[in-house]
Design a protein around this ligand. Sequence first.
Ligand SMILES: *[C@@H]1O[C@H](CO)[C@@H](O)[C@H](O)[C@H]1NC(C)=O
Ligand SMILES: *[C@@H]1O[C@H](CO)[C@@H](O)[C@H](O)[C@H]1NC(C)=O
Ligand SMILES: *[C@@H]1O[C@H](CO)[C@@H](O)[C@H](O)[C@H]1NC(C)=O
Ligand SMILES: *[C@@H]1O[C@H](CO)[C@@H](O)[C@H](O)[C@H]1NC(C)=O
Ligand SMILES: *[C@@H]1O[C@H](CO)[C@@H](O)[C@H](O)[C@H]1NC(C)=O
Length: 364
Amino acid sequence: MLGAVQLGLLAACVVLFVPMGMAGWHLSRNKMLFFSGLLFITLAVGVHLTPYFPSVSDFVTSVSSIAVVDDRDSCISLLHEIAWEVKPTGVFDPLKNYTVNFSKYWEWKGSNSVAYCEFQKLGKPDVMDLLNGSWVMVAGDSQARFFTLLLLSLVLDSEHMESVKGNLFKRHSNYQAVVDKIGMKLDFIWAPYTTNLTDLVIEFKQNRNYPDVLVMGTGLWDMLHITNASDYGDSLRLLRSSIASLLPISPEFGTDGPVTGSVSVRSPHLFWLGMPTLVNSMLNTEEKRVKMTNLRLVAYNRELEKNMLLQQDGGPFQLLDIGSLSWNCGIRCTDDGMHYDGAVYEAAVHILLNALLIKSHQKL
Ligand SMILES: *[C@@H]1O[C@H](CO)[C@@H](O)[C@H](O)[C@H]1NC(C)=O
Ligand SMILES: *[C@@H]1O[C@H](CO)[C@@H](O)[C@H](O)[C@H]1NC(C)=O
Ligand SMILES: *[C@@H]1O[C@H](CO)[C@@H](O)[C@H](O)[C@H]1NC(C)=O
Ligand SMILES: *[C@@H]1O[C@H](CO)[C@@H](O)[C@H](O)[C@H]1NC(C)=O
Ligand SMILES: *[C@@H]1O[C@H](CO)[C@@H](O)[C@H](O)[C@H]1NC(C)=O
């Protein structure tokens, strides 16, 4: 049987040479039109019949699946293309100086991201569907706490959220929520330094069990208390290598790892919670203003890149770019120059959920 490529070439030759040949025989204009019409109809019928030939339809399917893979990659890169609308709300009260509130609204910009990649702010039923039966862990500093809060607000009722807020924001403590309805477990782990994250990964390895979705991020505490970017880089390198040895593709897991359930075979979805934009003049202590400069922030971010933590640099983590989200939301989205309005972390949560959707090819 002829392959699809040969068929295509044959058709092209027919279209090109048959009318040329006829012109050579000095056919009248009407006869030329007649033959071209006939040719067109023949080819059109041929094209519509091709799906019924197995080899041709196989070819077509393989081409379209390649196209889908490309689309998914380009969609991941569009996830952070978000536009903000920050507007004053209510009436300005001159007696209360700066108590004007701003409403923060965000959406994906550009028609591609929404129409083509189908990005969407997921509602509660969709989020529950997506996270049904999964173990999610968020480990890091106070930013990770805000991220956890916003993620929980998408799966829990508002009456539960009050008690969550109280427990989640106990200083320097861990927090666990179990959403019985969908068998989902969410852990927040207080892990302000990169070494704390590495310890956590080592623990996963010992227990031979790890979350389905793992969100990690550090940097702010290191900037404030250690203040040495190259040391930070070293700690990142250690984290990266412990992550690499955790993943099931490593020989250790591939050969003697027990298959106690799907979890130990699946690799976790890894996300890195990036550092926010720092508004130095708004930081609330002198020490922070001196140590957490933008120059140092740049140096810390460069270490992240240099040590290849992020997928864009060939590493394991997909970035949740709080830096760009907070920058675009702007100065009105922060009170202390470091922690941002819930809307910023909400956007990051929706970016994560859409990334999971893309990765799991799951259709809602
Ligand atoms: C601003 O927001 C706070 C807390 O959300 C609320 O209590 C207050 O009434 C709001 N003020 C105005 C002027 O909208
Ligand atoms: C408003 O600001 C002025 C000057 O900064 C200050 O004196 C005043 O106490 C402030 N009023 C309130 C209600 O905060
Ligand atoms: C969660 O998944 C289980 C089994 O996979 C299913 O029976 C259940 O209906 C799902 N729950 C929700 C809320 O989607
Ligand atoms: C995190 O790491 C630091 C430095 O290694 C250590 O002092 C601290 O106890 C750790 N914190 C937690 C919660 O593990
Ligand atoms: C950072 O630490 C390294 C050693 O780990 C040291 O060589 C370097 O001088 C330190 N840099 C600063 C700015 O303190």
